[in-house]
Design a protein around this ligand. Sequence first.
Ligand code: T5A
Ligand code: NA
Length: 215
Amino acid sequence: YTIEDNKKESRGALVVLEGLDRSGKSSQCSRLVSYLEGHGVSAELWRFPDRTTDVGQMISAYLTNTSQLDDHTIHLLFSANRWEKRSLMETKLKTGTTLIVDRYSYSGVAFSAAKGLDIQWCKAPEIGLLAADLVAYLDISPEKASERGGYGGERYEKLDFQKKVAESFKVLHDASWKVVDACQPIEDVEKQLQEIVLNCVTECRKGKPLSLLWS
Ligand code: T5A
Ligand code: NA
């Protein structure tokens, strides 16, 4: 092997956690990053929307109901927020950092489709973004999620809407998805995720190629 080959073989994994609001994504993402670092895997926690950018601040104002936007407009802003991080994402992965990402394009499509927008139209602006190596879907019923702490603050945190989101997530499942029962105790969800994520990291290290949405 040349040094260049070794670098290619040790790319990081793009791991995305998805699920309804309050399914436990953020809790599990930070636990996963600590776990991976403890196992000598270089890992970073990312999240979408990334509210720190200019686009992210427009999204945040919309989510907290301090601004109103047309459904198509907010959809494209969520997508733009991923595009503005795309090249950094690719660099990180290619230099060996695993990214644990709290929501991604799948949330983007599922939430807008739940409003009634055409799903193909929703997927179009995501074409060319990096595809996740693994989508861990934290599965919980909308009813159970609504009973968890803090529900009700932001625009989409309403039971009827979350039911529609759950339906649109179902049609996005592909071979990269693993469904995890999110109603188990937090430590049990954590253990299951550790195993599937570590497997994914190993596959990527061995040279599984990066792919693009939607493939
Ligand atoms: N959105 C997002 C779009 O419309 N388009 C897009 O393109 C994108 C990317 C903001 C909104 O934007 C929408 C989707 C969202 O509606 P956000 O900022 O990710 O998204 O939302 P948050 O409010 O930060 O997070 P969530 O509501 O999604 O919650 P999490 O992260 O799933 O859950 P978490 O970990 O915060 O846990 C929630 C509560 O449950 C408890 C936790 O302690 C906490 O109190 N909990 C458990 N309780 C019992 N058992 C378990 N196993 C538990 N796990 C966690
Ligand atoms: Na969250």
